[in-house]
Design a protein around this ligand. Structure first.
Ligand SMILES: Nc1ncnc2c1ncn2[C@@H]1O[C@H](COP(=O)(O)OP(=O)(O)O)[C@@H](O)[C@H]1O
Ligand SMILES: [Mg+2]
Length: 360
């Protein structure tokens, strides 16, 4: 793979707000890269800087080995898809998709061929003569995609492209977006605040908070080896507690906590003493009803607080001795029988390597 987009120490302020704070990032050709972060973390500003819609205070943006800082948006080999689609309401689907090519003064036959190819890709054949208001939200978003891809950008920037769609449609479109990206083999940089969306479709994810890029990695790396508690809390559901490391040995640490017995967790290199934050994912919690089982190093007493059925999975919520609420996710086929009841006392257990300690 070769790098297609390189950001080096990019800073962008809006008045007093540092929207993008010294971000460096390398994106490879053909990647589906997601930028994930809470609202206000600087995701849109970062995309706008890449697109040339915002001028950075400092730092460089290199696309295909050329520094583009001085280039206006239309001279950069990128295109952008916005959450609000921004279609031309008085133009048909055909004319919306053809717009960029007409601006380039391509010939009619070329334009027709390219638009028809795009319409097939985004599954809008047969709808080319409709106007945007005659389309569903999902179809409008596909027009926006077709319009942005038709002049073959080197990088497609997508700012929360699925945010305006309802849950079911969003899930369908996630898969479709990935399929389209693979089909056109274009680099996608997609901003989202939906972690499930990012984990599902991305080759790599960059997690942003308060203007800073906290971690870049594959979905698996970000989920299983978050570098900080901020990342861990933002990606996936997690149970957590704070404590003090008392001892470490072979990548495992022992943690003291006021309300819990001595706990054991996976420990990153370099963490040897002091305060830590321990994360345990809900799918790693084992529920023992009558007595603790000897297979797990960690055991906590808990009381059933609530039960929620999610189709093929059941989510159990428990109240612990320190008054925090923990979650366990159990596949439908493995739920305890008889059913757990609210108020019931039992034990939550997990293996030492299934919890991980983080330094903040
Ligand atoms: N044009 C602007 N003028 C002033 N502040 C802005 C402007 N655009 C964004 N900001 C501020 O910059 C920060 C990052 O915003 P934004 O990039 O839109 O975040 P996100 O897309 O992650 O929600 C926020 O604090 C926001 O209020
Ligand atoms: Mg935004």
């Amino acid at each position: 793979m070769s790098s297609i987009l390189v950001l080096k120490d990019v800073v962008k302020t809006h008045g007093q707000v540092v929207a993008v704070n010294h971000v460096s990032l390398t994106i490879e050709r053909g990647e589906f890269f997601s930028i994930l972060g809470p609202s206000g973390s600087g995701k849109s500003t970062l995309l706008r800087v890449i697109a040339g819609l915002d001028i950075p205070d400092s730092g460089t943006i290199t696309i295909q080995e050329r520094i583009v800082n001085a280039d206006p948006p239309h001279a950069r080999p990128v295109n952008m898809v916005f959450q609000q689609y921004a279609l031309f309401p008085h133009m048909t689907v055909f004319d919306n998709i053809a717009f960029g090519l007409k601006m380039q003064r391509q010939t009619q036959p070329c334009i027709r061929a390219a638009v028809e190819e795009m319409a097939t890709l985004v599954r809008l054949e047969g709808k080319l003569q409709r106007f945007p208001e005659q389309l569903s939200g999902g179809e409008q978003q596909r027009v926006a995609l077709g319009r942005a891809l038709v002049n073959r950008p080197v990088v497609l920037l997508l700012d929360e492209p699925l945010a305006a769609l309802d849950q079911q449609l969003r899930q369908d479109m996630q898969a479709e977006l990935k399929h389209i990206q693979e089909e056109v083999n274009t680099t996608f940089v997609c901003v989202t605040h939906q972690q499930d969306e990012a984990l599902l479709v991305s080759d790599r994810i960059g997690v942003m908070a308060a203007g800073k890029l906290l971690q870049v990695g594959t979905p698996q790396e970000i989920y299983e080896q978050p570098v900080s508690s901020t990342v861990a809390k933002f990606i996936g559901l997690s149970n957590s507690f704070s404590g003090m490391i008392t001892r470490t040995k072979s990548g495992i640490c022992w943690i003291e906590q006021e309300h819990f017995p001595l706990m054991m967790a996976r420990c990153p290199k370099g963490l040897v003493a002091g305060p830590v934050f321990v994360v345990v994912r809900p799918e790693h919690i084992h529920i023992s009803v009558d007595q603790p089982c000897n297979d797990y190093e960690n055991t906590l007493s808990a009381v059933v607080h609530d039960v929620a059925y999610h189709g093929h999975e059941v989510f159990y919520y428990f109240c612990l001795a320190n008054d925090s609420i923990w979650t366990a996710r159990v596949p439908r086929a493995e739920v305890p029988t008889p059913s757990l009841v609210v108020g019931q006392s039992l034990f939550l257990q997990w293996a030492a390597h299934e919890g991980f300690a983080l330094s903040d």
